[in-house]
Design a protein around this ligand. Sequence first.
Ligand SMILES: [Mn+2]
Length: 424
Amino acid sequence: MILEKKKIEEHNAVLLEQHQRKFNFFKQECDTVESLVSKLQRFQIAIPSWALGTGGTRFGRFSGKGEPATLEQKIEDVGLLHALNKSSGAISLHIPWDIPQHVEKIKELAASLDLQFDAVNSNTFQDQKGQKHSYKYGSLQDVNPAVRKQAIDHNVSVIQHGVTLGSKALTIWLADGSSFPGQLNFREAFQNTLASLQEIYKNLPPDWKMFVEYKAFEPNFYSTTIADWGQSLLLASKLGPQAYTLVDLGHHLPNSNIEQIVSLLLMEGKLGGFHFNDSKYADDDLTAGSIKPYQLFLIFNELVEGMDHNGMDHATALGWMIDASHNLKDPLLDLLQSVEAIMIAYAQALLVDRAALKRAQLTNDVVQAQEILQHAFRTDVRAVVAEARLRNHAALDPVKLYQELEIRNLLITERGENSIATGL
Ligand SMILES: [Mn+2]
């Protein structure tokens, strides 16, 4: 379904006076407000095609209703999100779940909804129908060269699909590892992975990036072959200038200092992409900012500091994407909440008084350093995020409008109760 502009205008008209009061109050305290708003207006977070349906756990899946059953419907769902917040202007596809059948039509549809195609993602963590060799014991690391070849060929075909759509990056996340001591020779598994990645890298168009994603554990529970940022950085460095590390917030051991990881990857020029989610225990894939909003702010604080230090464009230099799974909430509402949390953390990070923080650091003024960061974090920036939406002709309150218009019910009417999205 397409959201009519009129509905957004009517919604904004009702909320406008209250919004202006809040925004004017914010403006009085912030002399960089215009630069803040324009940065927020440009910032876009890609939506993954697999997050539009209900996610499951290993214990079951409780289907939602009116899920997008086709790639076209998935693109339409992201178009809805983007119409509501104008901050979700890209979709990230998972191959083979979302192989486009009619490329030109798909491109036209995306363009009509003001959407770009973000990084394409390969999938060698499950077997596909008719596949000759199994990935049960790994893909790019496998001891059998024929398995590795099959996984390499799959990644090359993902690049080819991406090229037809206008994507500019390939994200590789591997489930490869081992679940029992002795199962793997760590060195050989790593070397096989590197050699396989080198084959894939040769097929990257010159204006493409390769994102090497890491994850501490799961589905393997003893070792993961690309388990942390050190292993990813090692691979990305050996591969060459088009390869980068991708940080997924849920892919660390508990209590890892992700903001420090981000800072050092930026220092090395090797941070390429970002997957947002939140977690309490492991890779819980919960709504961004729902559990640890201060950590999300501290990560954005390092992102802004490091990108500014390198002269990088916040909106385009890195790949920003949500990677979450929704097993309780309406996925579209959950994604709206995630995008909002990300925009808030970004806005707060932009508010940090960098010069004052530098002075505090150079004089070892620990108290003042904490005051500066917490002042930014405790500032209510919701009105400035809403102002950016208003200027982009999006909704002042996307969640409220989605609920008022009963969009899920409209989607159920359009698609039926039992429509199920492909994916996890
Ligand atoms: Mn991820």
